[in-house]
Design a protein around this ligand. Structure first.
Ligand code: SAM
Length: 267
């Protein structure tokens, strides 16, 4: 009886690994393995950074499991912050923030934009480890940041505690977050794209105070025309717009194209 139990447990553990190791794992199987790993691996976010530490750890596990270098590379191509599957994307971000506290430096665009402004209320959309929220808090702003990844929330809270700063963290996705009405002097969008037909653009507009600012930086896909980048901001006064090849700050956006935008809601 005990032997049967033992061999069935072994079969449960080893067989899937062998099957996966022999190659041919489907995208679903790859995501299932990754998700199980993310759920079970203990958090070790002592250093700032983005996904590279997590990727290296997961690859180490796959090699130990017997996958060839080519197979590991194939698996890593399947994984990533998928735009089409929010559950998988969130798993990806949970993994990233289990292994790092996110980038630590705020965006230069934000630093330059608020330099001469009186502190007010600010919202950091998809704040990750909260580098921009924390910078604003350090400059005397009252800040709220939201993110749908519980690990990102933990990372942001740990970063705040380490720096002796306070800001409000909310676990929510773009769809469910309550932006409010005329609530924010500044809204930061740093390497996030909350546009999924969720009416976010309208909710963001309503939630800004008159005269309030959008500070938006993102890695732009090569094929997008510059004019498409400005389309969502037609109602705003554009105070700054750059679309150029540059070094990304923190997260990557595919290529080298970086968009920087500061837009103001007319009074
Ligand atoms: C590339 S990181 C940027 C983090 C941060 N803004 C920064 O620049 O350091 C993207 C962040 O957006 C969050 N995110 C992605 N999709 C989201 C969604 N639908 N709702 C809320 N947060 C989301 C992720 O969890 C992740 O923390």
């Amino acid at each position: 009886m005990q032997r049967t139990l033992l061999s069935s447990t072994l079969a449960n553990l080893v067989l899937p690994l062998l099957l996966l190791a022999q190659g041919g794992a489907s995208d679903e199987e790859i995501w299932a393995d990754f998700t199980k790993w993310v759920e079970s691996v203990p958090a070790r976010r002592s250093v700032s950074g983005t996904g590279s530490i997590m990727r290296a750890e997961y690859q180490k596990k796959l090699h130990a499991q017997g996958l060839s270098t080519e197979e590991v590379a194939r698996w890593m191509r399947v994984l990533g912050p998928s735009r089409d599957n929010p559950e998988r994307a969130r798993t990806w971000w949970d993994a990233v923030f289990k292994f790092s506290t996110g980038p630590s430096d705020p965006l230069k665009l934000l630093v330059e934009t608020i330099r001469d402004r009186k502190p007010g209320t600010a919202l950091d959309v998809g704040m990750g480890g909260g580098r921009n929220a924390l910078y604003l808090a350090s400059m005397g702003w009252r800040v709220t940041g939201y993110d749908y990844s519980p690990e990102a929330i933990l990372a942001a809270r740990e970063n705040a505690k380490r720096q002796g700063l306070v800001f409000n963290t909310v676990q929510a996705d773009h769809e469910s977050f309550d932006f409010g009405v005329e609530r924010w002097d500044v809204i930061v969008l740093s390497y996030v794209t909350p546009w999924n037909g969720l009416g976010t653009e309208e909710r963001i507009w309503r939630s800004l105070k008159p005269g309030g600012l959008i500070v938006y930086q993102y890695g732009v896909p090569d094929q997008l025309p510059s004019t498409a980048l400005l389309e969502p901001w037609k109602r705003y006064r554009i105070l700054r717009f750059q679309d150029e090849d540059d070094t990304h700050e923190g997260f990557q956006g595919g290529g080298r194209r970086v968009m920087r935008l500061v837009a103001q809601k007319g009074p």
